[in-house]
Design a protein around this ligand. Structure first.
Ligand code: FA5
Length: 343
């Protein structure tokens, strides 16, 4: 090949490369075009072989022509890349335009869960009466959940609460009453505590949930009587449901209290007249209570001849359902935003 021919060929190649680069509309495509011309086995590189065969006096001229072709293609490549990047940026800016004049989207203020709201209010009422909050574990031993509360092994009273058993000795507590024993063991008398918390039972229908919340109350000291229990619960009912709300005690049975009672409040919907909610009785059951059984005091090494106490346990969901007119307890645990946003 003559040097002039080589020069001409290089001119053609670089003009073609510049055209092809101009048409590449992806960065990858432009890189491929560049490699096709300038890569190790690219078209320009191939002409190096022809250069070697030229007479020595023509080589500088041919060398210059090759360098010219290379830099033309390099420059075209660089400027195409710049263009493509600019185009891409423009496209993104267009797609991601933020209209700062639009009104802000409101995310809504967060609120406590309805059960938590009720629980906080109940706790506050008892705190105003001088009760302190105590806590206990949700995974309990058989001893604290049953035995120390005067449920002997194999006693039928254990069937009053369907228990989730974990191992021979561990279970999910079925009530907050184990905190009574734990507190009596840990603190000096007199004791005046409430213990709010989650409890578990194998139980599920409109008014029963496998996980629910109770608030336990315990007061132990000298000269504590049933009338103190009645006065405390009457004050609680009036602060919770309104002045003048009456309560009544119905005889009941719990292994850890003697005597025991179920406590009803006057129906807050019909004020005792009788309605659908209270099944025409005029009363709604809200808690279990009683005088701490001497056997329970003895389990905690308390002299039952000298000290007495009362205890009560209420269901938080039951009160929330009453106050908020919720007919199905399971609604509280479904985390349905529409349901929760009502409270
Ligand atoms: C008890 O759990 C006793 N520990 C209460 C107690 C404490 C009595 C201290 C005496 C002294 P009971 O099983 O009745 O008692 O439950 C108390 C309250 O928990 C019930 O009145 C009810 O409001 C609520 N409750 C019981 N089971 C469920 C359930 N599966 N779902 C929702 N609430 C429940």
């Amino acid at each position: 090949m003559e040097v002039e021919q080589l020069e001409q060929r290089l001119e053609q190649l670089s003009a073609k490369a510049v055209d092809e680069l101009g048409e590449a509309d992806q960065k990858e495509e432009a890189i491929q075009v560049k490699n096709r011309y300038l890569g190790r086995s690219g078209s320009v590189q191939e002409l190096m072989a022809a250069l070697r065969e030229l007479p020595n006096e023509d080589k500088p001229k041919a060398g210059k022509a090759i360098n010219r072709a290379k830099s033309t293609i390099e420059d075209a490549f660089e400027s195409r890349l710049e263009q493509l990047e600019h185009q891409q940026l423009q496209r993104r800016l267009k797609e991601e335009t933020v209209d700062v004049t639009l009104p802000a989207r409101s995310s809504g203020a967060g609120l406590g869960h309805p059960l938590r709201q009720v629980e906080r209010r109940l706790i506050a009422i008892f705190e105003q009466m001088g009760f302190q909050v105590a806590e206990g574990p949700e995974i309990e031993t058989d001893y604290y959940n049953f035995e120390a509360l005067n449920f002997p092994p194999d006693h039928p009273a254990r069937d009053m609460q369907d228990t989730f058993v974990l191992t021979d000795d561990r279970l999910l507590r079925t009530h907050t009453s184990p905190v009574q024993v734990r507190t009596m063991e840990a603190y000096d008398l007199p004791i005046r505590i409430i213990s709010p918390g989650r409890v578990y039972r194998c139980d599920s229908d409109l008014t029963h949930s496998p996980v629910f919340h109770q608030i336990e109350g315990l007061l132990v000291g000298e000269g504590v009587t049933m009338s103190h229990l009645k006065g405390t619960l009457t004050t609680f009912a009036q602060r919770c449901f309104g002045e003048g709300t009456g309560i009544r005690f119905r005889p009941s049975y719990f292994p850890f209290t003697e005597p025991s009672a179920e406590v009803d409040v006057e129906c807050i919907f019909c004020e005792g007249e009788g309605c659908r909610v209270c099944s025409d009785t005029g009363w709604l059951e809200i808690l279990g209570a009683g005088m701490v059984d001497p056997n329970v005091l003895e389990h905690a090494d308390i002299d039952a001849g000298r000290y007495t106490g009362f205890a009560f346990g209420l269901g938080v969901e039951r009160i929330a359902m009453l106050e908020q007119g919720v007919g199905d307890i399971r609604r509280f645990f479904e985390n349905d935003q529409q349901f929760l946003a009502q409270f």
